[in-house]
Ligand binder design. Sequence first.
Ligand SMILES: [Fe+2]
Ligand SMILES: [Fe+2]
Length: 282
Amino acid sequence: MTKREKIRIEIQTLKKLPTLSHSAMKILNLTEDESTHLDELLKIIENDPPMLSKVLGVANILYLGYGYKITTVKDALFKIGFNTLRNITFGISIFSLFKSSGQKEITYRKLFKHSIATGVISKFISENIFDYNDYTAFTCGMLHDIGLFALHYLNYEAYVKIENLVLQGKTIAEAENEVIDLDHSIIGKWLSEWWGLPEEIGEVILYHHENPATLDNKYRKNIAWVHLSNFIAERIGFGIFDGFQESIFYEYGIYSIFTLPEINELINYIKNNLPFDEINII
Ligand SMILES: [Fe+2]
Ligand SMILES: [Fe+2]
C-alpha cells in the first residue's frame, strides 16, 4: 500500500481521527435561519467555557476593536451576526479535535493562530478591498489548512520531516509529496467531503496554494482572498513555519494582482490596525 493510500484510509475509516464532536455536528446542522437556532447556538457556546473564551477572542478581532470590547456571546451576536458567530464556533470545535499536548502543542498553536489570522484577514480584504460582504470569506480562511491539522494529528513524525524540508527551501507541497506522497490541500478536501462541509469551503481548501490569477474555478474570488490572506498572515508573523519560508513562493502570483507598494501598504495597514493580540486566547 502506498503512503498516500494509507493516509486516505486512515482518514476515511477515521481509524485515528476523531469524528466531529457532538457540538460541531450540532453547529454544522444549524441552518442559517437564526430565529430557530439562535438559542441553541448560544447554549452550545455558553455551556463550554474554553469555547466561550475563544469565540469571544475571535469575535473581538473581527469586530476590529472600535474601542469597545465584546464580553458576552449575545453582544458578539449583535456585533458580528449569527452566521459569523456560528462559523467561528464551528471552526474552533474542529480545531479542538486536533488539539495536541507536549512537544506537539507548539506547532498546534502555530497552526491555530495562522488559521484565525488568515480567516480574519480574508474577511477584512473581501469587505474592504473588494467590497464583498460575505461571511464565507472568514470561514474559508479559517479552515483552509485543516488538512495540515489532520496531518499534524495523525502523523507528527511526517509533519516534522516536512517542516525540515520547508526550512531547507522547499515548498510545503513539494515537501509533503516527498514525505507522504500527497499534500494537505488534498487531505483537507477529503475531510471537507467526509464531514459534508459546503462545496465552496472544500474548493477553497483544495486550491488555496494555486496562483489565483491563472485559476479557472467558480469560487475563484474566495480562493484569491484566502491565497492572499495566507500570504499576509505569514508576513505579519503568523506563519506555520519559521520566517517567510512559504510565502516567498507566492510572490509572483500575488504581484500579478497587486503592485509591490500596494501589497506592502496593505500588509502594514493590517498589521497596525487589526487587534491580533487577541489570538493569544488559546
Ligand atoms: Fe496551506
Ligand atoms: Fe496557510
